[in-house]
Design a binder for this molecule. Structure first.
Ligand SMILES: [Fe+2]
Ligand SMILES: [Fe+2]
Length: 166
């Protein structure tokens, strides 16, 4: 058997590249989702999260810096798939009263992916003694959780009711 040369530090670095790529894709997807949103609340939520996402990308660049690496992304098929599904909803449900419900569902899938990644990365950073990285990742994790909570609230209030009433 080949000698094991990779360790948790490598895994941390690889996963950091994954989420860096994912955030950049999300940054590109959010304006399109905002443009398609029918309710003002949902559009504002997407616009606000776009601004937050810019900050999250900068934070990731600081994490790379803290481990002495230059920021680089690695193709993340998971986020491509999730974003593709959101495009599908926008096409298939264009002019439908259920469009916002579909957009909300797609956006929550994105948030859940991010929460999963940031949770893992923060845990690994702590285990590796990367204190600065852990605190930066924790900051973003909390931001993603707040976004998810906001989307959940929108889902249980106006947006889905609108779809139902149609
Ligand atoms: Fe994010
Ligand atoms: Fe997010």
């Amino acid at each position: 058997m080949a000698k094991q040369t990779k360790d948790l530090n490598d895994l941390f670095h690889e996963t950091l590249k994954d989420i860096y790529y994912a955030e950049k894709q999300i940054l590109r997807a959010l304006p399109r989702m905002a443009k398609n949103a029918q309710s003002d609340e949902l559009r504002q939520a997407f616009e606000q999260h776009r601004t937050e996402t810019e900050g999250q990308i900068e934070r990731l660049e600081k994490v790379f810096e803290s481990i002495g690496k230059s920021p680089r992304g690695k193709t993340c098929d998971a986020i491509i798939g999730i974003i593709d599904e959101s495009k599908e909803v926008m096409e298939d449900f264009a002019n439908s009263d259920a469009l916002d419900a579909g957009l909300l569902a797609a956006a929550q899938a994105v948030e859940h992916y991010e929460i999963s990644r940031y949770g893992t990365l923060r845990t690994w950073a702590t285990q590796l003694g990367l204190t600065e990285a852990a605190s930066l990742l924790d900051e973003t994790l909390e931001e993603e959780k707040r976004t998810d909570t906001l989307l959940s609230k929108l889902a249980t209030s106006s947006v889905n009711n609108q779809a139902k009433a149609a």
